[in-house]
Design a protein around this ligand. Structure first.
Ligand code: SF4
Length: 350
């Protein structure tokens, strides 16, 4: 793939082409130039390629940025990155256009006498630093906070930690992941004892089945999805998309199963019911590694006014867990989840 940005129209056209390629999940190696003239440099020009991370999603693809006379002009996937192995998705390829975008912010706006005034960023940073100092002098180190981005690179996170915790001495440092990942992290911690998903990218190269559970990976995490598709095409691994709507992930999967919103936990319970009732439980694993706790099954709805939720898990044994699941037979769950009994049993078999 070899292209450039000339105007809005060609940009949109290219987006459409590249989106279609993404839909077909053909991640492609190539170079994207920010400008037509740069594309016309012989052999892509004599560019100085610098390493960097893609900033769009959390997959963590490595990119190489082509620099010409101190200006970033091109982007390509880093073939030495173990994450994307030289591939990028439509978002990764277009980041070079963001760097060159005409409407990119080049200055800060500082409110002076009630009006926003264009101010050099260095001057605006001095204002922030002085205000922070003033506030800390009056109210102490915990009177200031920094709210950062989940898209920060590791070096940026390091610098932010060093400033807030090392230099200022406060724990008031947080990022948007607190909001977007809070429920997932709580689930991971209580289910697995660690605050991250279990497994690693290399597992993808060995798995026989992938279930994308409420996750449109083809568009949200395209390069990772392309690694799954590679296994599907190369080894016959199967992808089952389990979601509330049909997406590009559903289209690229071997099988798409739709469920009614807010019923997937019941489907998970029905799957466990099937596994236990068919005698497919790995007993020694359960005995050695699994704890069972019973909590509230009706927690109300978190967005209600004055919502309060208090739960105290009570330890139970495997037999009590089995009894609990009696309420989740595939037949019963099928009625309100919209997932057929056959599909619930199919998922349990996998
Ligand atoms: S999958 Fe796409 S958006 Fe996400 S890190 Fe990789 S290139 Fe960037």
């Amino acid at each position: 793939m070899y292209t450039s940005l000339t105007n809005r129209r060609s940009f949109i056209k290219k987006m459409a082409i590249m989106s279609a390629m993404t839909a077909a999940a053909t991640m492609f190696p190539g170079i994207i130039f920010a400008d037509e003239q740069e594309r016309d440099l012989p052999n892509g020009g004599d560019l100085d390629w610098k390493k960097g991370p893609c900033r769009f999603c959390g997959v963590g693809c490595g990119v190489l940025i082509g620099v010409d006379k101190g200006k970033a002009v091109a982007v390509k996937g880093d073939p030495n990155s173990s994450v994307n192995k030289g591939l990028l998705c439509v978002k990764g390829y277009h980041q070079i256009m963001c760097i060159q975008a005409e409407d990119r912010l080049t200055h800060a706006l500082v409110k002076k006498n009630g009006k926003y005034v264009q101010t050099p960023i260095s001057e605006a940073l001095d204002i922030v630093a002085n205000k922070m100092k003033e506030t800390m002098d009056t109210h102490g180190k915990d009177s200031v906070a920094m709210y950062t981005s989940g898209q920060s690179t590791i070096p940026e996170g390091y610098v932010a930690s060093k400033l807030m915790k090392g230099a200022i001495g406060t724990n008031n440092l947080d990022c948007n992941a607190r909001l977007c990942m809070a429920s997932a992290v709580t689930g991971f911690l209580t289910s697995f004892g660690a605050d991250e998903p279990m497994g690693c990218y290399e597992d993808i190269d060995h798995a026989d089945y992938f279930i994308t559970w409420g996750n449109n990976m083809a568009e949200m995490h395209p390069v990772l999805f392309s690694r799954m598709l590679e296994q599907k095409n190369r080894r016959g691994a199967k992808i089952i998309d389990f979601a509330t709507r049909t997406t590009r992930s559903s289209m690229a999967s071997n099988k798409s199963i739709l469920f009614e919103p807010q019923t997937d936990l019941a489907v998970a319970n029905a799957i466990c019911y099937e596994i236990i009732n068919n005698g497919w439980v790995n007993k020694s694993f359960v005995e050695n590694h699994v704890n069972f706790n019973k909590g509230l099954t009706d927690m109300g709805y978190g967005l209600e006014d004055n919502y309060a939720f208090e739960d105290k898990p009570t330890p139970i044994d495997f037999e009590a867990y089995k009894d609990f699941l009696e309420d989740y037979t595939p037949e019963k769950v099928s009625k309100y989840s919209g997932v057929s009994v056959k599909d619930i049993k199919y998922l349990a078999e996998i």
